[in-house]
Design a protein around this ligand. Structure first.
Ligand code: UDP
Ligand code: MG
Length: 423
């Protein structure tokens, strides 16, 4: 048993791909491995796939049973890896994610490398990276070769391309008090953070060859998370892996069923898919319906002439077409609501283009000033990166240009930005 490899597989809701990952472990040319399936409380379909692999005595399955609202508190896969590291016993450690498959010689090649180089503790190989669409059709692929000894491997070497000794993981533990850092700021790339802990001790040594196929799916964390600010602005439509759509309203997520989505004439093109952990971070508010209206919506009285903008649960009258135009409201998405319904909404301040000292901006409008974009929220202007604005499906070309004196009238709020952490 002394040369056993511990494979730590982290899994969340990718049943089809997981099956292939698991099969690729069974196909290994050497038998001396143990597999830890660390599942982060996936759906039933995923659990069913896992069950079909559990006859093999080398496979252990742990379900985190994490509650959805807890997901964002830790970088989940790092938490699961730490748990597996403390329970497992292999001399060598290697990682697998549910969207990656090993070539059958991977474990053999890497363990042989350690036999030939007994003083080394970290090896990494090449990878075939495939970008696939929702139907798993490949639209782009690239090969990442392992050529040189790396003193800094962060963001250069994938999670699934590495094998290291248990000894070096213990050295990391002694130094940092943990193996992987599961602080939620590392959701995007906790592997890079762990690699930087490893390379403090020893470089990554390359082994020639391509040893796995990693898929980048449209719902991968990194793809979905790109340019998504945290916190999200109010007024945007979001969904996670499942179909349910929510409005971010007063920093809560409010479910909009299909019926009310259509009733309020929301365009499906404005729905932004975000990672589940980020979505679940938001408390659930009252679902949207005829008596619990959404904010940041333009409505019209059925058969009447008046337009209103709903803000802070009040109806703010849009007094004329110039004001409607000025704020770049979209004529093609204005639901007509019964007079009775409109009468029941308390009135707020009439919208205006005159930015007097007491002016109250409509929430969730995009403004531009001196080449920068700003989003209005609670009468403040929040600087917003153009990439973030595009990701959130704002119509950047319709941003409302502000004059200097008007811009200066408003306080600025926290910027909406997104940053890729490098090490
Ligand atoms: N993951 C997890 N809990 C979650 C979401 C994801 O443990 O709530 C795991 C997932 O199984 C995978 C890893 O995190 O092993 C990375 O997820 P994904 O492949 O979606 O992201 P990316 O490849 O873009 O980093
Ligand atoms: Mg992935």
């Amino acid at each position: 048993m002394s040369d056993m490899v511990t494979i730590i597989l982290t899994s969340y809701n990718k049943p089809k791909l997981l099956e292939q990952s698991l099969q690729s472990v069974l196909n290994q040319t050497i038998p001396n491995w143990e597999l830890w399936i660390m599942d982060d409380n996936s759906n039933k379909q995923t659990q069913d796939v896992i069950q079909t692999f559990l006859d093999d005595k080398r496979i252990t399955y742990l379900n985190s049973k994490v509650k959805d609202e807890e997901r964002y508190k830790k970088t989940r896969y790092a938490t699961l890896i730490n748990q597996a590291l403390s329970l497992s016993s292999g001399k060598y450690i290697t990682y697998l994610t549910d969207d990656t498959t090993y070539f059958s010689n991977r474990l053999q090649a890497m363990t042989e490398y350690f036999h030939e180089n007994p003083s080394r503790n970290i090896v990494y190989g090449g990878q075939l990276l495939r970008y696939v669409d929702g139907n798993l059709n490949v639209f782009y692929e690239s090969k990442i070769a392992a050529k040189e000894k790396l003193k800094n491997a962060s963001n250069k070497v994938d999670h699934c391309s590495v094998m290291h000794t248990r000894q070096i993981a213990e050295n990391v533990y002694s130094k940092y008090g943990s193996y992987w850092n599961d602080d939620p700021i590392f959701w995007h790339n906790a592997d890079a953070e762990f690699w930087s802990r490893l390379t403090e001790i020893e470089p990554f040594y390359p082994i020639d060859g391509i040893f796995e196929i990693a898929l980048k799916t449209p719902s991968s964390f990194q793809v979905l998370n790109r340019h998504v600010p945290d916190p999200l602005p109010n007024g945007i439509l979001v969904r996670g892996l499942t179909k349910e759509v929510y409005l971010i309203d007063n920093q809560k997520k409010r479910l909009i069923s299909e019926k009310w989505f259509n009733y309020f004439q929301y365009p499906t093109s404005k729905i932004i898919q975000i990672p589940d952990p980020l979505l679940f971070k938001y408390q659930t508010g009252i679902p949207i319906n005829e008596s619990d209206l959404p904010n940041q919506l333009v409505i019209k009285e059925d058969g009447g002439r008046n337009y209103y903008f709903i803000q802070e649960n009040k109806k703010r009258k849009v007094p004329n077409p110039q004001v409607f135009e000025f704020y770049s409201f979209n004529q093609s998405h204005v639901p007509e609501l019964p007079k009775k319904m409109i009468d029941s909404i308390p009135p707020g301040r009439v919208l205006s283009t005159e930015m007097t000292p007491h002016h109250l901006l409509p929430d969730g409008r995009l403004f531009s000033y001196k080449q920068e974009l700003y989003l209005s929220q609670k009468n403040r202007l929040h600087l917003i990166d153009v990439n973030v604005a595009l990701k959130l499906k704002f119509n950047v070309r319709d941003a409302i240009e502000l004059k200097e004196k008007d811009f200066k009238r408003f306080k600025q709020g926290n910027p909406f930005h997104w940053e890729f952490k490098t090490y």
